[in-house]
Design a protein around this ligand. Sequence first.
Ligand SMILES: [Zn+2]
Length: 90
Amino acid sequence: MSHHEHDSTDCSKVIHQILTFIDNELDDADCSVIQKHLDECGPCLARYDLERTVKSLVARSCSEKAPEELREKVMVRIRQVQVTITESEG
Ligand SMILES: [Zn+2]
């Protein structure tokens, strides 16, 4: 009972691999699969975007002082993206 012909790549699988993808630790083959999926899947792209943002903020806050304000902004953004993902999954 599949209503739309979607990419054979599973969203949950992609989300699993996003962190590895961001770290550039995926094989070339896996990389292109993830990249292709992100081009076609809004929620996964949002998730990818979020993970990248969080990662760069964390990296920056390791070298600088981590302002409390920044942490809050990240948390708000995480919540927004989660809402988006939940809504689109129905
Ligand atoms: Zn997806």
